[in-house]
Design a protein around this ligand. Structure first.
Ligand code: ATP
Ligand code: MG
Length: 288
């Protein structure tokens, strides 16, 4: 309702208070003829609501983005740096170095004034790329914060919020693309949500990037819609948010699957941001 004068606003407040008191069967909380009392009451209640809202937002933030993650086989993975066991590798030193580098990069992601960058973990299957990437987002989730802003009638309030992280299994995302094109409304909604969160998350993992382009030897361009969505996601994030890519493919192979412009923006050019797992043992096959 548009307000035209102080008198109209006061009348509206009085009407609201009367209605609420009547609905609740309670006496009026203030004397409506006492303007100062009414003003103080409104301010106190407004502050209370803003405070509660603020608290609620802060609590929700810890999970509400991460909960939208797309996991392979719908199974979330939990992993942190202390779960990393370098003795699983023949070259213990190599495994230890990779962990340290991943830890350093995770710490850099929490340095407020750093310009966001992308990270790539490349190498053969079962060598721990996904595990270390999850350890990184676990670290930033538990150790960092970002500033958020809440607007309210008296201006804007700055508050600390959790770092939003999202895990996106690219093969699952392609499945959603296919299902939504087949007319599956639920898949379409989920895809829309995932893309929305993938654009906005402070740190995003694109896991197993390139599996959607087929097996080695039969690599082909990825479905047009998937390419477009990846392009939109990366466009929204480039230079503003951190993206961690894990892949079994070489950059040349990724260039066959996706538009070269996307690949050149997605793949880090800084050697410090690329971790190579190729010399490592396949831990997964040893567990079977
Ligand atoms: N250093 C390690 N310490 C403890 N567990 C490990 C380590 N390396 C790998 N693993 C375990 O081995 C399995 C495979 O690891 P992970 O999924 O991270 O490999 P990956 O490199 O992502 O493989 P892919 O390329 O197939 O996706 C997981 O269960 C993981 O927890
Ligand atoms: Mg993996």
């Amino acid at each position: 309702m548009a307000m035209h004068s102080v008198a109209e606003m006061a009348a509206s407040i009085s009407a609201n208070l009367k209605r609420i008191a009547q609905e609740k069967g309670q006496p009026l909380p203030v004397d409506l003829d006492n303007k100062d009392e009414v003003k103080a009451y409104m301010k106190a209640n407004n502050d209370k609501h803003v405070g509660e809202w603020n608290q609620r937002l802060k609590r929700q933030k810890f999970d509400h983005v991460y909960k939208q993650s797309l996991w392979s086989g719908r199974t979330p993975i939990a992993f942190n740096f202390s779960s990393w066991d370098s003795s699983k590798q023949i070259s213990k030193q190599n495994a230890e170095q990779l962990k340290q580098k991943a830890q350093q990069l995770a710490q850099q992601m929490l340095t407020p004034d750093d310009k966001p960058f992308n990270v790539m973990f490349e190498g053969s299957p079962g060598t721990g790329k996904t595990s270390l990437a999850i350890a990184m987002i676990d670290y930033v989730r538990h150790h960092g914060y970002r500033w958020g802003y809440i607007k309210h009638p008296d201006g804007a309030e700055k508050y600390k919020r959790y770092v939003d992280v999202l895990f996106l299994a690219t093969d699952e995302m392609l499945e959603l693309v296919y299902h939504s094109m087949d007319g599956d409304g639920q898949a379409r909604n989920q895809l829309q949500q995932v893309v929305k969160f993938a654009k906005a998350a402070d740190v995003l993992i694109l896991d197993d990037f390139g599996t959607e382009g087929g097996m080695k030897g039969t690599i082909r361009p990825v479905h047009k819609t998937m390419q477009e969505l990846m392009y939109d996601i990366n466009n929204a994030r480039f230079g503003k948010k951190y993206t961690i890519i894990t892949t079994n493919n070489t950059v040349e192979e990724l260039r066959v699957m996706y538009n070269v412009k996307l690949i050149s923006r997605l793949i880090p050019t800084n050697a410090e941001h690329t971790l190579n797992f190729n010399g490592l043992t396949d831990v997964r096959s040893k567990m079977l």
